[in-house]
Design a protein around this ligand. Sequence first.
Ligand code: EPU
Length: 351
Amino acid sequence: MRTELTYDAPLMELNTFGIQAKARMLLTYDSEASLREALSDIRHHHSNLPMLHIGCGSNLLFLGDYPGIVLRSANRGIRLLGETTDEVLVEVGAGEVCDDFIAHAIRNGWYGMENLSLIPGQVGAAAVQNIGAYGVEVCDVIHEVKGISLSDGSERLWKRDDCGYGYRQSIFKSELWGKYAITYVTFRLSKHFNPNLQYGGLRKALEQFTSDSPQGECPKTLGALQLREAIIGIRRAKLPDPKKQGNAGSFFKNPVVGKEVAEQLLVDYPEMPHYPAGEGKVKLAAGWLIEQAGWKGRSLGPAAVHDRQALVLVNKGGATGSDIQRLCEAVRKDVGTRFGIDLEPEVNFII
Ligand code: EPU
C-alpha cells in the first residue's frame, strides 16, 4: 500500500466511541511522499472538501457523517537517531501505535514513557493531544515534531518548546488544528530507569511486585516492565475497554480554577480532591464533581456515565454522536448548577 482511497467510508471501526458515521472519502497513506502526492491530487480535484486527520479515533466524537476527506496515517518506523551514555533520540512514525512503541522502548532500555502505557492512540495523535497519565505527560519526553502542511505539502519541524504544550493542550489542537498532518515524532528517552511514582495509587499497585520496600518508598527491585504492568492493571480496573464498550477515555478535562474558587468550594466540600496547578491555580477532579452531581453510572438513552470512572462517557450500544453530546450537556449543566464550574470536554467534536 502507498495510499488507499475509499469513498463513503464507514467510520465505526475508526472511532473508539463506536459511532456509526461515514466519511465522504477516507485516505490512508504510509509515507510522507505518498501523503504529499495525495494532497496534491486533492488540491486539484477536491479543493472544496474539508479535511480531518485522525489517529485511532480515540479522542473524537462524530456528530454526523463527515462531509469531507478523513486522512489516516499508516506511516510507521522507529529509527534511533543518536545516543549518549544517558539518552537516546528516537524518531517514530506518527502512524505507530503509541502503546506498541512504549513496549518497544522498554525492551530496548529506553525509559520515560512507562506511565503512559495502554493509552489508546497513535504516536502522532499523542503529540497533538499531549496525552498524560499517572504523573507523566508525553511532552515531557518529546524532542521534536515533524508535520506536513495540508494546504501546500510543505514540511515543518517544531522543537518541543514551540509546540505550546500544556495540560491536554498543544498548538496542533488549537491554532494549527486541521492545518498539518504530523508525520514523525522524535522522543528523547533516558537510558536510566527512573520511575515516576508520584501518583497516589501507583505505589500501592506496585506492592505486589516488591517485598523489600518500606511503605511509601520507591521499591528497590522495581523494573520498567513491572511499572508498565502496574499501570496497565490500574487502567484495566478503572477504565472501560473501548473494544468492549465504546468510549474515548476521559471525556472532560479536569478543571483548573483560581485558588480562591477552590478555597470557597473546600469550605462546603472539605473532602474535595484538589491539586496545585501552578501560580495561584488549583486543579479539581472532574470525575469527583460528576460523581457528586449524581451522574456516576447513570444513563441518558444509549449513552451513560461509566460506573467506575465518572470522567468517562460510554456508548451502551447504538448511540449516536448527538446522544453522547446530550449526556455531555446534561452532566455539564448539573455540575455547573451545583459547583459553579463549567466542565470543558477533552474530546474533539467533529461536525
Ligand atoms: N474520582 C471520583 N469519582 C470518579 C472518578 C474520580 O471521586 O468517578 C476522584 C478520585 O477518587 C481521585 C480524583 O477524582 O481522588 C482523580 O481521579 P483519578 O486519579 O482516577 O484521575 P482523573 O483525574 O479522573 C486523570 C486523567 C486520566 C488519567 C488519570 C491518571 C484527565 C482528564 N484524565 O483522570 O486520563 O488516566 O488522571 O493519571 O486528566 C484520559 O485522558 O483518557 C485518561 C483516562
